[in-house]
Design a protein around this ligand. Structure first.
Ligand SMILES: [Fe+2]
Length: 373
């Protein structure tokens, strides 16, 4: 099902052609050239590896470390790479002069150039640092919604991924006029496995801050849930072996855990009075149960690498009081990427013939190791 396209596709929403100002330089540096193809196109092998990164380049030091990440990733044979958002610092914590200033056009363009330095297709989903939190600047005022429009213009046009080798994506904006603004929500298929990005940023999914932001949240939340359900529908209809979902936000699965598990894991109260993730988590649980095949979700946001099984079947937890352990769904895995100041990546091996489909492994970048001294 998957295709690797090297040309530009005409005419849709969110379209326009891309500029690749540093491609010539990167091609000159690339280990194995700029025209490799995915494993599907190499002798029919159905298993392949992908890379995931997120929460990168918060500071000047991070910006240097990211070049090591690009170099390391480019030495690996990968079908594609996904960045799960927060590709710059949070303006609330930014110190003038320490790296490029978050939320500016200049930084967005720099990050786009750096994404295009990957020799693999590069897909990105937006994080809170890219728009939700841009109002936090003490020195410059940014309107989050204006910044979101700019992101869509710069990162999500056309039906191709970023990166030197491109991947054709199906964008939600092109599937239904009702959701024409959501060009950042995308899916693609390789070896009977479906990959889908859903635009859920940290900072509580932009929910419960101002009435204007709540309107944005409500519209996008509806679109996201429709998109998630469509992805599962497609996977069921076509008999796909697994689904891998990418979001930026840590969805705070623990907010729906049984009390006993919360106590046992020493987890404190929720950071938000009203969660912006509840609707999505309810839909995710129902869809994962109905699908039955492996589902994984990779996110960033809280900068803490982990692989676990945090999605409880609420039938086993509801109305059972504080002593119930509940049951986690064995076919659901969550992975969180490394995040600043850490600068490594996660390798996902995808084997549609394996009962688990997905295997996750840390990929430590030697030049970026922190060993406590
Ligand atoms: Fe972050």
């Amino acid at each position: 099902m998957s295709k690797v396209h090297r040309g530009k596709q005409p005419g849709m929403l969110c379209q326009k052609t891309w500029g690749f100002p540093i491609i010539a330089l990167i091609c000159a540096l690339a280990i194995s050239g700029c025209a490799t193809v995915s494993s599907d196109h190499m002798g029919g092998a159905r298993r392949f590896d992908i890379g995931v990164i997120g929460d990168t380049q918060y500071t000047a030091e991070d910006e240097k470390k990211f070049l090591n990440v690009i170099d390391h990733v480019n030495q690996s044979d990968l079908a594609f790479v996904v960045h799960v958002g927060d590709f710059q610092g949070d303006y609330g914590g930014y110190t003038e002069g320490d790296g490029m200033p978050p939320c500016t056009d200049q930084t967005y363009l720099d990050r786009r150039d750096r994404f295009n330095a990957f020799r693999h297709p590069l897909i990105v989903t937006p994080g809170d640092n890219e728009w939700t939190d841009c109002h936090k600047s003490k020195t410059r005022r940014f309107d989050p919604l204006e910044r979101l429009a700019k992101l869509r213009e710069l990162f999500f046009r056309g039906d191709q991924s970023l990166g030197q080798r491109q991947l054709k994506l199906t964008r939600q904006s092109n599937t239904d006029p009702k959701y024409e603004k959501f060009c950042e929500n995308a899916y693609w298929i390789q070896s009977d496995v479906l990959f889908v990005t859903v635009h859920i940023p940290g900072s509580n999914n932009n929910f419960d801050r101002t009435p204007e932001m709540d309107r944005e949240y409500a519209e996008r939340n509806t679109a996201n849930i429709v998109w998630l359900k469509q992805a599962f529908e497609l996977a069921k209809k076509n008999g796909y072996k697994g689904i891998l979902i990418f979001t930026q936000a840590n969805l705070n699965f623990e907010d729906r855990w049984p009390e006993r598990n919360i106590r046992n894991q020493r987890i404190g109260p929720s950071a938000y009075k009203k969660s912006g993730f509840t609707d999505f988590l309810i839909a995710l649980e129902a869809e994962t149960i109905a699908f039955g095949n492996p589902v994984a979700l990779v996110h960033g946001d809280t900068h803490y690498f982990r692989i676990d099984k945090p999605l409880f079947d609420s039938k086993t937890t509801a109305a059972r009081g504080g002593s119930a352990r509940g049951r986690t769904l064995d076919n659901f895995t969550r992975v969180e990427t490394f995040g600043s100041p850490g600068a490594h990546w996660v390798r996902v091996s995808v084997d549609p013939e394996d009962p688990g489909v997905f295997t996750f492994k840390e990929a430590l970048v030697k030049k970026n190791l922190y060993l406590g001294k």
